[in-house]
Design a binder for this molecule. Structure first.
Ligand SMILES: C[S@@+](CC[C@H](N)C(=O)[O-])C[C@H]1O[C@@H](n2cnc3c(N)ncnc32)[C@H](O)[C@@H]1O
Length: 336
């Protein structure tokens, strides 16, 4: 059993579109190195793993970086030792555990009280293992905790709010992720702002899948960010969020400017861009920030552009008020 990289709920995940996207990349691009510069769940990196020698995986969230290291980092790990930790954690009697950071803030809100207590206990426990386990193993344990917690969270799939007025059941089970075999590959995992990273990156194919609207990922996934970084900050408001960090320019009205700077800075042979056509949504927070015309004209400065589209109903937490969704892929052959 165990978790695969796509076993999580993530706004904008390309899991269901990955076959289409990878086919387009294979049929229109040539190269041996691939960069997933807004990698999100990492599903597109995973899908490119057997197609290139070098993979650059980047996203500015802490939780995502840990998840990529856990699944992809080319480093040794001892699964038997990790299974033993998993079994010990699952044998704990939650009634004997003391209250902790997670149970205090998230108990009876984002998780049942007992589940929150177990999650906080396991996260504290992982900190104490840092002398006995290497970095890859610690990342596997934290990523496993993130996937296990996300599976039982009392939400509609993100952490902008928890579901109120519900008797939350105890459901948490600590299960491990299944890391991938990357021994033959060069894997580079980073946590940079994409625009800064683009200036130093040298790579054949760059895949760009930025946020499309004003919903900030660091605010949507703050609970996972908090469990990953484990600095135990004060939390604020109804949704118990920490002070803002990693706020993306792509979620603001300045998104077209940020996109142009990113494209201008890239030094690569092919650029592949994902975007969709959510411009007419009733909810202003789900309206796209860059027009398809702006994307095309910015890309045309860089080379020949091909555009592909596909009808798709994407995950938006069940509040769909817009039925004609289309996903777009722009492919640029740079310098052509
Ligand atoms: C649409 S999602 C990517 C989804 C991904 N392709 C997948 O299939 O799961 C956009 C991602 O960009 C990240 N992000 C937003 N602004 C960023 C920035 N300026 N630099 C790096 N990452 C950023 C977010 O954390 C989020 O994971």
């Amino acid at each position: 059993m165990g978790y695969d990289i796509w076993n999580r709920r993530y706004t904008g995940s390309k899991y269901k579109l990955s076959e289409w996207i990878i086919d387009l990349i294979e049929n229109n691009c040539v190269g041996n190195s691939f960069c997933d510069i807004f990698a999100g769940t990492g599903i597109i990196s995973y899908s490119m793993l057997d197609k290139v020698n070098s993979l650059f995986i980047n996203d500015f969230l802490f939780s995502n970086e840990i998840i990529y290291k856990a699944f992809f980092e080319n480093a040794p790990y001892n699964m038997t030792k990790l299974e033993n930790i998993k079994e010990q954690c699952n044998k704990e009697n939650v009634k004997n555990l003391s209250d902790n950071y997670c149970s205090k803030w998230y108990g009876n809100r984002f998780f049942s009280y007992n589940d929150a207590k177990l999650i906080g206990y396991i996260r504290d426990n992982i900190e104490t293992l840092k002398n006995e386990f290497n970095e890859k193993e610690i990342c596997i344990l934290i990523a496993s905790l993130l996937y296990s917690a996300d599976k039982v969270a009392n939400t509609v799939g993100h952490y902008d709010a928890y579901i109120k007025g519900k008797n939350i059941e105890d459901k948490f089970i600590f299960d491990l992720i299944n890391p991938y075999d990357t021994r033959e590959k060069d894997i580079v995992i980073t946590r940079y702002d994409a625009n800064e990273y683009a200036r130093d990156l040298k790579c054949d194919i760059v895949y760009i899948d930025p946020p499309y609207n004003s919903r900030q990922y660091s605010r949507f996934y703050h609970v996972l960010e908090n469990i990953a970084s484990w600095e135990k900050p004060m939390l604020y408001g109804e949704a118990l969020k920490p002070a803002p960090q990693n706020m993306s320019e792509y979620c603001r009205s300045s998104a077209p400017i940020a996109f142009k700077k990113l494209i201008d800075a890239l030094n690569c042979k092919y650029i592949v861009v994902s975007y969709n056509n959510t411009y007419k949504s009733k909810s202003s927070s789900s309206k796209n920030k860059i027009t398809l015309e702006e994307i095309r004209s910015i890309l045309e400065n860089k080379g020949t552009v091909k555009v592909f589209d596909k009808s798709h109903r994407y995950f938006n937490a069940g509040k769909s008020d817009f039925t004609d969704h289309k996903e777009y892929i722009f492919i640029v052959k740079v310098g052509d």
